[in-house]
Design a protein around this ligand. Structure first.
Ligand code: PLP
Length: 400
């Protein structure tokens, strides 16, 4: 055995012994990444269609990200939010413009961005309509995070088991229909929170017509509309926000995953009158908007908003969709293909998604699941036409 194998086995043993068992790990140790490829400890290479779960939008070690982060770590790492730092202010300006929002709050993860959205919506509604307001509606099969509040917002029992008592103030809407929304609303309701495309819940795009109805209903009733774009945001769907691609403007939008290109970075953005509910001391974060993470996010914005980049994401997305449909014509194992831009779910017959993930991995392609029967493809946004062709050929072989 070569030395690296010994080291790899030792690390695997420590991992099994000393890390809490919250993850079902793939039997791979990834040691290096470049573009859309990653390499394991034995030198094996894999086409990465997971992007670290929609995080590495620019692939691995993109030169613009490496340069921005390297420059910042040699300048200033952290100061706390008691002082203004340039990268955060610059990012706030660029990000609010990209999102069509007025103000941003920075944090470090998707769950925290949603926590801030929930707190903001409650404070806004209480100030404006009275102390009784505070309930937030979320949808069946949603995913909003793992903190106690966001796991309660997540309307899937499997994520909540064993964590009670769960906080009150959340009600679940059973389907993407206005009848179901009206049934769930009470006099205490202050906001509706929705992922424009449900990610973890099975890659389920919400019909744009329903989002428009929801917008009208919120306008009429004074409810706030919160879009959780933690997975769909930052270019994933071929627009900076899925909201923009679907033509519906939320009152609050949350981002994380791809925003920092791989560094922990989350943001909650809102319109001016809503954002005004956060006064000094009302909310905060020690690390949020840290200069290194902010520089990374600025580099992501530079690349993704460069002329033509998002059109490229749309074109690659259409290519991927067409190629998946072609595969579906030659197998009875694909039940459905759903998605937008470079976020696709492939429904596999007989709850066999995990087995397809294993086969793909053995053939050199990393993909994800989203529930037991959905295969999830989230390539880096910089993926090439040839890489998509290669990935779909591997997938077809895995399904054969
Ligand atoms: C991943 C995800 C979250 C949680 O993000 P974390 O960074 O893991 O806290 C929340 N909402 C959606 C839609 C997500 O995909």
């Amino acid at each position: 055995m070569v030395k690296t194998d010994v080291q790899a086995e030792a690390l695997s043993a420590v991992d099994k012994r000393a890390v809490m068992h919250t993850y079902a790990r793939q039997p791979l140790q990834i040691v290096r990444g470049s573009g859309c490829n990653v390499y394991d400890e034995r030198g094996g290479s894999y086409l990465d269609f997971t992007s670290g779960i929609a995080v590495n939008a620019l692939g691995h070690c993109h030169p613009a990200l490496v340069a921005a982060v390297t420059d910042q770590v040699q300048t200033l790492w952290h100061m706390s939010n008691l002082y203004l730092t340039g990268p955060q202010a610059q990012l706030a300006g660029r990000l609010t413009e990209a999102c069509g929002m007025d103000r941003a709050f920075f944090c470090n993860s998707g769950a925290e961005a949603n926590e801030a959205a929930i707190k903001l919506a409650r404070r806004y509604a209480k100030t404006r309509y009275g102390a009784h307001k505070g309930e937030v509606l979320t949808f069946a099969n949603s995913f909003h995070g793992r903190t106690i509040a966001t796991v309660t917002a997540t309307a899937q029992p499997k994520y909540q088991e064993g964590f009670g008592p769960l906080p009150g103030g959340f009600r679940y809407v059973e389907s993407f229909s206005m009848a179901a929304v009206r049934e769930a609303v009470t006099p205490k309701t202050c906001a509706v929170m929705i992922e424009p495309i449900q990610g973890e819940g099975g890659v389920r795009p919400v019909p744009a017509a329903f989002l428009r109805e929801l917008r009208e209903y919120c306008d009429k009733t004074g409810l706030l509309l919160i879009f959780d774009e933690v997975q769909t945001g930052a270019g994933r769907t071929g627009a900076w926000l899925a909201a923009q691609r679907m033509g519906v403007a939320p009152d609050i939008v949350t981002l994380a995953k791809a925003l920092g290109g791989g560094l922990p970075m989350g943001a909650t953005l809102a319109r001016e009158d809503v954002a005004a509910a956060f006064t000094p001391g009302a909310h905060g974060s020690t690390f949020g908007g840290n200069p290194v993470a902010a520089r990374a996010a600025l580099a992501v914005l530079d690349v993704v908003l460069a002329p033509g980049f998002l059109d490229g994401v749309k074109r690659r997305g259409e290519q991927l969709q067409a190629a998946l449909c072609e595969v579906a014509m030659h197998t009875d194992r694909i039940q459905d293909i759903r998605g937008m831009g470079l976020m696709w779910g492939v429904e596999i017959s007989g709850a066999g998604a995990a087995e397809v993930v294993e086969k793909c991995r053995d053939l050199g392609l990393l993909v994800l699941t989203a529930g037991p029967s959905t295969l999830r493809l989230l390539p880096p946004l910089v993926v090439s036409a040839a890489e998509i062709e290669r990935a779909v050929a591997i997938l077809a072989e895995a399904l054969a």
